[in-house]
Design a protein. Sequence first.
Length: 190
Amino acid sequence: MTFNPAIPQPNDILSQSQAQIQTNFSQADLIFDINHVTFDNASVASRGKHRKVDLITVAAPGSIAGEAVVYQKIASGSSNIFMQRDGVLTEIQLTGPTPVAAANGEGFMAGATSPILYKWGQFTTASNPQVMGYVADFGLTAFPSNTLMVQLTPINAGGIGNFRVSTTAAASFTIAAPAGSSFFFYAIGT
């Protein structure tokens, strides 16, 4: 039997629709049990609490003032959790790329007002100065807004004490260092 939202009708006689009403209550408890502790759980304090949350893929639903909406959608090829709050259409991504143990990579941390993204990698300069593009040189994504900080650690003697980051942008940073200098980089942005 399945849940029937049309039961009871105004003209239904209770004794005749009792079985249908009981089925609805039973089905409601089964459906609620998918993500929650059931209505009839032995532990009264646990009733109605979440056991887990399953989210289906949706487009950004929007929110109204004073409320927040949490939802799941596909971003960068995988399921990610987003939120919108206070009637603002801006999406805040709560999960991000899965960090991997790789020469180049990126990750994500939820920030107080916006997500904080980070990227890492290694490279060797071919010229001085040299623009290092996150997408072109490392196969990563650009920061949505801007690079906030780039930290460089020399790998070989070529750049030791002889390097600096001269400019940053959403998709790149420029390094001034002798050609042939190798570095690890760590960049933070929003």
